[in-house]
Design a binder for this molecule. Structure first.
Ligand code: SAH
Length: 356
């Protein structure tokens, strides 16, 4: 089915030629009026997908404890900017703030900054986090300087990626064009060589690869800011430790969908290339490690026990089910990775070990 945004993209292509998958993704997600992340309420049971903070309060609570510990490790600066990239419904941050109320001086030092483009979600964030007087920003670069604690859960996967395929003639970029019928969007390989070939590995014919320039640029901006002003960042997402072919995918109503179908009404995301983010940050990094290992080391099993001690039988079963979803290897425990970026002036962060 072709949407209004689909027609706009097809018209642009007819006028100026095929576009990269990154440009398609940027339009489909970010078009100011019709983009998926401008208008939809994507997260939660009624949306298109469910995220870790929506599964259990334990996720945000443990991340809150991690952030407070990092704040202490850098000398408890006041003020400190607590920055969340893509806060969704505000659930992670609400749980993090509640869990850290007892940390002396932490809340008094915090200035909350939310980087969010989605207007309906900003309204939800106002409901969940309004008491902490957040400032909203369109972009990370707009957040005022100073020591920072940065958290991003399932944010980098929404940033655009280019796709490539190795042919007998070398790497070719996969483009989005318009079918001869003039209306529907189709994939086609660019006929000529790509300037990105020098960043792509030696690979057999048929191999596929992705490069996310926006994610790399953001990781570079985060690393530069932390080195300059101090602080820590925690990036959680599904992804891979290095290179893994074509991962761009479409989801609508909790199901897989076709990438080019119904732009603006479909979530598009790609697995995060953590090696590329770590290299781009040009600051000390820890991980990526598996989400399951990270949460276990932060004490999620003990937290689940203490919640269960105050729960009835059906609540106890729900806590166990949520715990399994977050940490089991065949659920989110292994596919989701955690990367920490630091300022190089402070100690090893909780949950990570020297070897990683
Ligand atoms: N972190 C939340 C939401 C994840 S969904 C959770 O774990 O539940 C991705 C979030 O990033 C949404 O809030 C979405 O509106 C926001 N977002 C996506 N692309 C963005 C962009 N380019 N700039 C700012 N926010 C963006």
């Amino acid at each position: 089915m072709i949407t209004e945004l689909g027609r706009l993209i097809a018209r642009r292509i007819a006028l100026t030629g095929p576009i990269s998958t990154a440009d398609f993704m940027a339009e489909a997600l970010g078009h100011p009026r019709l983009g998926y992340y401008r208008r939809a309420l994507p997260v939660g049971a009624a949306g298109d997908f469910t995220t870790a903070p929506e599964i259990s309060q334990m996720f945000g609570e443990l991340i809150g404890a991690w952030l407070a510990e990092r704040w202490l490790s850098i000398g408890a600066p006041s003020p400190v900017r607590l920055i969340e990239l893509g806060p969704g419904r505000g659930t992670l941050m609400a749980d993090a703030l509640r869990a850290t109320r007892g940390v002396p001086g932490f809340h008094a030092a915090l200035r909350l900054h939310l980087v969010e483009t989605n207007v309906p979600l900003r309204a939800e964030q106002h409901r969940t986090l309004g008491a902490s007087a957040p400032a909203w920003h369109e972009r990370f670069g707009e957040v005022p300087p100073g020591p920072a604690l940065i958290v991003a859960n399932e944010f980098f996967d929404a940033l655009p990626v280019r796709q490539f395929q190795k042919t007998a003639q070398g790497w070719r970029e996969r483009m989005v064009g318009v079918a001869p019928d003039g209306g529907s969007l189709v994939f086609a390989l660019a006929p000529g060589a790509t300037p990105f070939a020098r960043y792509l590995p030696d690979a057999p014919e048929g191999a596929q690869a992705e490069i996310g320039e926006a994610g790399r640029a953001l990781a570079a901006a985060i690393g530069a800011r932390l080195l300059r002003d101090g602080g820590w960042a925690l990036i959680v997402d599904y992804g891979y430790d290095s290179g893994a072919g074509a991962s761009l995918q479409a989801v609508r109503g909790h199901r897989g969908a076709s990438i080019l179908d119904r732009p603006g009404e479909t979530d598009l995301s790609a697995h995060v290339d953590f090696a590329a983010l770590a290299a781009s940050a040009k600051a000390p990094t820890f991980g990526p490690i598996a989400q399951g290992d990270f949460l276990r080391r932060l004490g999620i099993l003990q937290r689940a026990e203490s919640l269960k001690a105050r729960a009835n039988e059906s609540q106890r079963a729900a806590i166990d089910a949520a715990l399994a979803r977050l940490i089991d290897p065949d659920q989110m425990g292994t596919l989701f990775r955690v990367l920490a970026v630091g300022d190089g002036r402070s100690s090893l962060p909780a949950g990570f070990s020297e070897a990683e």
